[in-house]
Write a protein that binds this ligand. Structure first.
Ligand code: COA
Ligand code: AMP
Length: 630
């Protein structure tokens, strides 16, 4: 069957389609049906099945003869370390860690925050939680202590598992002081912390609260896999919304197993035993789904890479890892290739390595610009597949279903909706638009298995943010169009989320931080175009009357504030003081116009603008920041 037949067969009978896909999972009790729609518009999948994620990702492979296969390849050009963990070793390590967590009181349903860099122990911590039915929430290392504190207060973890440090090129990220600071700031306190001491930095442990990763596991009884209900939350992953308060996306256990396993063959076209590499971070959804869970559930070998596309040590790192570890499928964000292309435009490093093992490259996380795709195709001679998805869905909404049928690539399009997703382009009133017309991208409910059933402790916010604008649909927050051939194009966000180096950030969240500066009367943060990172945040602040600090000092303070409150990952380095912000007569800040001015694009003067002369001031402010000013 080709793509069209498969998609139509799903649409004709979604229930059989997903029950069939669920056969590939080992259930402790099989679900009696796929969809549970009693609480529509809130939906659940496989709710009456019983299953364990860790069993499916680890133990079953040992029982089925894959024990000696490498499960995890750790390759860290930053620490000059390479290490392999077999499925057999992984099973034992995870069972012991889970046993130690249980001995300290962690049980099914308890939350555990994981704050770790790209080391195999991060995956082991995730899997140990899954083994017990505990709900993990991994926090990315590039966030500041206050972001971690917000997550601690929302998830209320019984335990926090962290490493002593992370390693960025030329800089040690001191995780432990960040963690201590976050626990101090948070109202909720975990019962205990487990610290993995890295040799690059040994952290101080707080007597009675902090345990050493190794010592705490000594002599414990290994834990068995605890079956949980199909709708039991596997994890919470916080992502940026339109305010500073992040959204806790909940991932349901049963659908997650079924859907991720399905994607490995149908989208990535790999078979069990093949090496799969997603160069991302466990702190992001790509890391959850494609560094940890999907490859392991499917019996693949996954690569945990602690390095950067360039500078660790050079722009040939990707190619070295692919050759050395026999990678068949490689997945990363376009920004990583933009970095490589900038450093090695003629592809000299590519020529040094044998990439014959590699079948294809997959891109996601941000718009894949045609220049970069063409460069990759030219230099690598491999198929490059863009695919579009979100933290909320956990896997591809639209992609090229290569394992079913490799569809012709149209550069600029992530290709077509996957089975499970009825994607529609809607106008403001919620009416479907014609092919080629730009509108809001929405997905007809129910979303397929594995996607978010709600937000952690915030189902009202879930309904308000995603299900209210277009009744009967999930609002993706992206705008775009579908062409005559059914190919989807993702053009822009409809909210204030920006995408910086494949990282999703909220400009609203940054505005909240700037507004807290005592001299700032009002402010606006916009996303401007950047050749490397896709977008960068740019802030404009208006000062209170009587503010005594120099403009230069206020700008410095603002940059430091965002780094301290949100984290280095926000990459907030462009900021200017202006007298006024351009607004409509009703007082709405004209952010879209400001973006056009900074990017040097033509724009139509908004009919509702209060005072057009303010735009000249914005023009003058962006020029010294290296932006065009229109
Ligand atoms: N822990 C602590 N700090 C981190 C971090 C982590 N895990 N990841 C990034 N940071 C820091 C960086 O060190 C940098 O700090 P600096 O301001 O002191 O230089 C800052 O956050 C911004 O990071 P980033 O936007 O990633 O920029 P960069 O200049 O370090 O690297 C790229 C640019 C393109 C090489 C890098 O973004 C990259 O490899 N991207 C790959 C794409 C990716 O992983 N996307 C995830 C979703 S698929
Ligand atoms: P995240 O939740 O961090 O994965 O970010 C999801 C958002 O990133 C989407 O809503 C899009 O705005 C953007 N995005 C992800 N993948 C793509 C893609 N292939 N093309 C265009 N935008 C993308």
């Amino acid at each position: 069957m080709g793509y069209r037949e498969v998609y139509d067969s799903w649409k004709a009978d979604p229930e059989s389609y997903w029950m069939n896909a669920a056969e590939a999972i080992d259930w402790d009790r099989k679900p009696t049906k796929a969809l549970f729609d009693e609480n529509a518009p809130l939906y659940e999948w496989f709710a009456d099945g019983m299953v364990n994620t860790c069993y499916n990702a680890v133990d079953r492979h040992v029982e089925n003869g894959r024990g000696d296969q490498t499960a995890i390849i750790y390759d860290s050009p930053i620490t000059h370390t390479k290490r392999e963990v077999t499925y057999f070793e992984l099973r034992n390590r995870v069972a012991t860690l889970a046993g130690a967590l249980r001995a300290k009181g962690v049980e099914k349903g308890d939350r555990v925050i994981i704050y770790m860099p790209m080391i195999p122990e991060a995956l082991e911590a995730m899997l140990a939680c899954a083994r017990l039915g505990a709900i993990h929430s991994v926090v990315f290392g590039g966030f500041a202590a206050s972001e971690l504190a917000v997550r601690i207060d929302d998830a209320k973890p019984k335990a926090i598992i962290a490493a002593s440090c992370g390693l960025e090129p030329g800089r040690v990220v001191h995780y432990k002081p960040l963690l201590d600071g976050a626990i101090d700031q948070a109202s909720h306190k975990p019962d205990f912390c487990v610290i993995y001491q890295r040799e690059q930095e040994v952290a101080h442990l707080e007597e009675g609260r902090d345990y050493n990763w190794h010592g705490f596991q000594y002599g414990v009884e290994p834990a068995e896999c605890v079956p949980v209900e199909g709708n039991h939350p596997a994890y919470i992953l916080y992502t940026s919304g339109t305010t500073g308060a992040p959204k806790g996306v909940v991932r349901p256990t049963g659908g997650h197993l079924v859907a991720l396993n399905w994607t490995m063959k149908n989208i990535y076209n790999v078979d069990p035993g093949d090496v799969f590499w997603a160069a991302s971070d466990v702190g992001w959804v790509v890391g959850h789904s494609y560094i940890c869970y999907a490859p392991l559930i499917h019996g693949n070998t996954t690569v945990v890479f602690e390095g950067k596309p360039i500078g660790t040590p050079d722009a040939g790192t990707f190619w070295r890892v692919i050759e050395e570890h026999d990678v068949k499928c490689f997945f990363t964000a376009p920004t990583a290739f933009r970095a490589v292309k900038r450093e090695d435009p003629t592809g000299e490093f590519v020529k040094k390595y044998d990439l014959s093992c590699l079948n294809a490259i997959y891109l996601a996380g941000e718009r894949a610009d045609p220049d970069t795709i063409e460069w990759m195709q030219d230099k690598l001679g491999k198929p490059v597949y863009d695919h579009w998805w979100q933290t909320e869905t956990g896997y591809t909404i639209a992609g090229n279903p290569v394992g079913i049928e490799a569809l012709p690539v149209k550069i600029g399009s992530p290709t077509v909706p996957m089975p499970g997703y009825d994607v529609q382009i809607l106008d403001e009133a919620g009416h479907p638009m014609k092919p080629g017309e730009l509108g809001a991208i929405a997905v007809k409910l129910p979303l397929p298995p594995g996607t978010l059933p709600g937000l952690w402790n915030a189902n009202d916010r879930f309904i308000k943010s995603y299900l209210t604008t277009f009744p009967g649909y999930y609002e993706t927050g992206d705008a775009g169009m579908i062409d005559e051939d059914g190919y989807l194009y993702i053009m822009a966000r409809t909210d204030d989320v920006i995408n910086v180096a494949g990282h999703r950030l909220s400009t609203g969240g940054m505005e909240e931080v700037l507004a807290a500066h005592p001299d700032v009367a009002e402010c606006a943060v916009i996303g401007v175009t950047d050749q490397l990172k896709g977008q960068l945040p740019m802030g404009f602040v208006c000062l209170n009357k009587g503010a005594t600090k120099s403009h230069e000092d206020v700008v410095k303070d603002c940059i430091k504030l965002v780094r301290d409150k949100i984290g280095p990952v926000a990459a907030f380095k462009l900021c200017a003081v202006v007298d006024r912000l351009p607004k409509t007569r009703s007082g709405k800040i004209l952010r879209a116009t400001m973006v056009k001015i900074a990017d040097g694009e033509d724009f139509k003067m908004p009919a509702t603008i209060d005072d057009p002369t303010i735009l000249d001031e914005i023009r003058a402010a962006v020029k010294p920041l290296g932006y065009a000013g229109g």
